[in-house]
Design a protein around this ligand. Structure first.
Ligand code: ADP
Ligand code: NA
Length: 353
């Protein structure tokens, strides 16, 4: 059977925000006690939308590493490293460029959003990004990938790539004796696989945190409005101000039975409260249903500050010692390479290199 293994990552581009924390990083913490886990700072993805200032990129990589640790990722339990330091990601990505079809990538909605109107001017790297993401995951034959809802389509592509590779080289994988029995046999796949069909883990009340300014857009690092997101580095005043200014409708919060349907802004704020406090949205409505936003928003600010302030302090402490962070990343890269190298050796054998 495939060794159960978690893999996930965040790009070191600008500010880490509440969406990254609630949709991804906070959910990784309990997983590191359940199975081997690898958490990557995906710096090779961070150059797809234009090369950032080099020293800012280096610092952003350290900052995301500090955020992982401040959130509770323990480098003694989990591997923490940055993508560019393990060359197997690049090698496997090239091979996957030759597995994935143009038509598959043409369907990726994130490319359409990120490339905007001028697609001819987007980098080839931005277009091929999902193939690199598949390589990130499959270089470790990872079985579980906890991410936010926006990554669902990319994870489906990862499964499509794994399936095509397993099929195209099915006989060869069997002949080399390096296959793993398919845990969920199906007529579409050979009996033995080399790559697992990775499970997306997209769950909880915060799979898609929306912008505080516009309920139709997700909270994102690239939103030009700083009021749209709560950054992990925001202080208590900034958090309170942003929540106070968050766009809402004029009605009171609905009861649990009325529910949040058709109330996107309320849904978003209730989801944030629920995720921060480890409860369900229904539980939040049981407590706050019928109350005005003028009462709920201060409670939400207090909760957000109570949860985020200790993390912000810890991030600041950790980034004060860049050499320590670099040492953790270096050790992580060595441990990650030790897993990815033999996988790439197999892959080279499979394809005849
Ligand atoms: P961003 O989308 O802000 O540039 P990344 O692409 O680096 O951030 O995403 C890192 C992780 O954070 C991914 O698992 C992604 O699904 C998750 N994520 C990003 N934005 C949100 C959001 N608004 N709500 C929930 N999860 C999110
Ligand atoms: Na994203």
């Amino acid at each position: 059977a495939f060794q159960p293994r978690v893999f996930s990552g965040v790009q070191p581009t600008g500010n880490l925000h509440l969406g990254n924390y609630l949709g991804a990083v906070s959910r990784w913490v309990p997983l590191q006690d359940q199975m081997p886990a690898i958490f990557c700072v995906v710096d090779s993805h961070a150059i797809t939308a234009g090369f950032p200032d080099p020293s800012e990129l280096t610092n952003a990589t350290r900052e995301v590493t500090a955020a992982y640790m401040a959130a509770g990722i323990d480098p003694k339990k989990s591997i923490i490293f940055n993508q560019s330091q393990v060359r197997e990601h690049m090698e496997l990505a090239w091979i996957f460029n030759c597995v994935a079809r143009m038509g598959w990538l043409n369907r990726m909605t994130q490319f359409k959003e990120k490339a905007g109107k001028n697609k001819e001017n987007a980098s080839v790297g931005l277009f091929a990004y999902p193939n690199l993401m598949a390589a990130d995951i499959l270089a470790y034959r990872a079985t579980h990938v906890p991410v936010g809802d926006d990554q669902k389509q990319h994870l489906e592509l990862t499964r499509d790539i794994a399936a095509k590779f397993n099929n195209d080289f099915g006989a060869r994988i069997k002949e080399l004796g390096i296959g793993v029995p398919n845990p969920t046999p199906s007529p579409e796949l050979p009996e033995e696989l080399y790559f697992p069909l990775t499970e997306p883990m997209i769950a909880g009340p915060a799979t898609r945190i929306m912008s505080l300014r516009d309920g139709t857009k997700k909270m994102s690092k690239s939103d030009p409005s700083d009021l749209s997101r709560i950054n992990l580095k925001d202080d208590a005043d900034a958090i309170a101000k942003k929540i106070k200014k968050a766009k809402t409708d004029p009605d009171a919060l609905p009861s649990e039975t009325d529910g949040l349907e058709g109330r996107p802004e309320a849904d978003n704020l209730v989801g944030i409260y629920a995720a921060l406090n480890g409860m369900s949205k229904d539980d939040v409505l049981k407590e706050y249903g019928g109350q005005q936003f003028s009462a709920f928003k201060p409670a939400l600010s207090d909760l957000a500050v109570a949860k985020l302030a200790p993390m912000t302090d810890e991030m600041r402490r950790l980034t004060g010692d860049p050499a320590q962070i670099d040492a953790i990343l270096k050790e992580g890269a060595e441990n990650a390479s030790a897993i990815a190298e033999p996988v790439l050796k197999d892959v080279r054998k499979i394809i005849g290199f």
